[in-house]
Design a protein around this ligand. Structure first.
Ligand SMILES: Nc1ncnc2c1ncn2[C@@H]1O[C@H](COP(=O)(O)OP(=O)(O)OP(=O)(O)O)[C@@H](O)[C@H]1O
Ligand SMILES: [Mg+2]
Length: 313
C-alpha cells in the first residue's frame, strides 16, 4: 500500500496578542496515515484543529514538532516539490476581487507553469466541470457565495493534484448546488484516483463521500474508522419500533448481544439493535412465531451525526 500522507506526533501552537502573549495549542500530537487514493473525512467541533491540520499538510503552516510526509517526502525539506502535487480549497476562500473568474483561474494555473493552449484548455475544462461558464467574465467581488465556492474548488484542480485538501467545501451552498458539487468531487476522486482529505460539519456529506473518518477534538484524534464501525463501537445502533395487536413475549431477545436495549408496552415495542438490515428479519420471526399481528414498523437509523455528538461531548 502506497502512503499519500503520513503525520506523526504533530504539534502546532499559535501565539497571539502583542502585550499579553497568549499561547493556544491547536494540535497536540496528531498521528494519521492516509493511503494513496483514499477519500477520508476530518470531523470535529469548532476549534478542534481541522483547518490547522490541513494547513500543515499543505505546507501553509510549518509543524512545530513531529513529522509530516506527503508522498514519502518531508514537507520541511521538500515543500516546493510536494506543492506541485497538492492543492487546497477553502470554504472561506478569497481571491483577487477585481479579477474575473477566468482571470483568477488563469492566474493560479500560470503559477503552476501553464500557458498558451494547455492553459486555455484547462480553464475551459474547469469552467465546464463546475458550471462556471456563464460567470467566466464576472468579477470575483460580484459573485454569490456559492459561485465563489465553485471557483475555489476549480482553482484547487488547476494542477491536477494527487492530493486534494478540502476545507468545508459545501459551507454556504444551497442543497442543490451542494449535491452537484459533491458529485463533481466524487467524480474527480473516482476518475483520477485523487487522494482527498475533507473537513465538513455536514455529517450526511461525510457519510456519503468518505470511506473513513477521523474525529478530532482539542487537537487530538479521538476516534477513527468507517462510519458503520464507529456506530457499532459507540453502541449507537438503530431503533426498530413495532406496533402490534396481541400479547407479545420477547424474552429471547433480552440476552442477545446485538440487542442494546428493549422496551415493551401494551401494544408497541422499541428494540435498539446494532444494525437493522441484519436484525429485522430475526425480530419479525419472533412476531410470526407467536402469531402476533403487526400494525406498523418504523426504523430510525443512527448516523454520523449521532457519532459526532457522542464524540463531541
Ligand atoms: N492564526 C491563529 N492565531 C491564534 N489561534 C489560532 C489561529 N488559527 C487557529 N487558532 C486556534 O487554533 C484552534 C484550532 O483552530 P482551527 O481553525 O484549526 O479549528 P477548526 O477545527 O478548523 O474549527 P472550525 O470547525 O471552526 O473551522 C482554535 O482554538 C483556534 O482559535
Ligand atoms: Mg476550520
Amino acid at each position: 500500500m502506497k502512503i499519500a500522507v503520513e503525520v506523526k506526533g504533530l504539534r502546532k501552537s499559535f501565539v497571539s496578542g502583542w502585550w499579553k502573549r497568549k499561547k493556544k495549542v491547536a494540535l497536540k500530537g496528531v498521528d494519521l496515515t492516509v493511503p494513496e487514493g483514499a477519500f477520508w473525512g476530518i470531523l470535529g467541533p469548532n476549534g478542534a484543529g481541522k483547518t490547522t491540520l490541513l494547513s500543515v499538510i499543505s505546507s501553509l503552516l510549518t509543524p512545530e514538532e513531529g513529522e509530516v510526509r506527503v508522498f514519502g517526502k518531508d514537507i520541511r525539506t521538500h515543500g516546493y516539490e510536494i506543492c506541485r502535487h497538492i492543492n487546497l480549497s477553502s470554504g472561506h476562500a478569497n481571491f483577487l476581487w477585481s479579477m474575473t473568474v477566468r482571470e483568477n483561474l488563469a492566474y493560479y494555473a500560470m503559477l503552476y507553469g501553464l500557458s498558451g493552449r494547455p492553459l486555455a484548455a484547462k480553464l475551459d475544462e474547469l469552467l465546464d466541470l463546475f458550471e462556471l461558464k456563464d460567470f467566466a467574465k464576472v468579477r470575483f467581488d460580484e459573485l454569490s457565495t456559492g459561485t465563489k465556492q465553485k471557483l475555489s474548488l476549480s482553482k484547487a484542480l488547476v494542477n491536477n493534484p494527487k492530493l486534494l485538501l478540502l476545507d468545508e467545501p459545501s459551507v454556504g451552498l444551497d442543497p442543490d448546488v451542494a449535491r452537484r458539487m459533491r458529485e463533481t468531487i466524487r467524480q474527480v476522486h473516482d476518475r483520477n484516483g485523487t487522494t482527498i482529505l475533507m473537513t465538513t460539519h455536514n455529517m450526511r456529506e461525510a457519510e456519503q463521500l468518505c470511506e473513513e473518518v477521523a474525529f478530532i477534538k482539542d487537537g487530538t484524534i479521538k476516534a477513527f474508522g468507517k462510519p458503520l464501525d464507529l456506530k457499532r463501537h459507540l453502541r449507537l445502533g438503530d431503533t426498530i419500533r413495532i406496533s402490534y395487536r396481541g400479547s407479545l413475549s420477547l424474552p429471547p431477545l433480552q440476552d442477545t448481544p446485538w440487542v442494546y436495549a428493549l422496551q415493551v408496552d401494551d401494544s408497541s415495542c422499541r428494540i435498539l439493535v446494532d444494525d437493522h438490515h441484519q436484525r429485522l428479519p430475526k425480530v419479525l420471526e419472533l412476531f410470526i412465531g407467536q402469531e402476533i399481528s403487526i400494525q406498523d414498523i418504523r426504523i430510525q437509523e443512527s448516523d454520523l451525526e449521532d457519532v459526532f455528538i457522542a464524540f463531541s461531548r
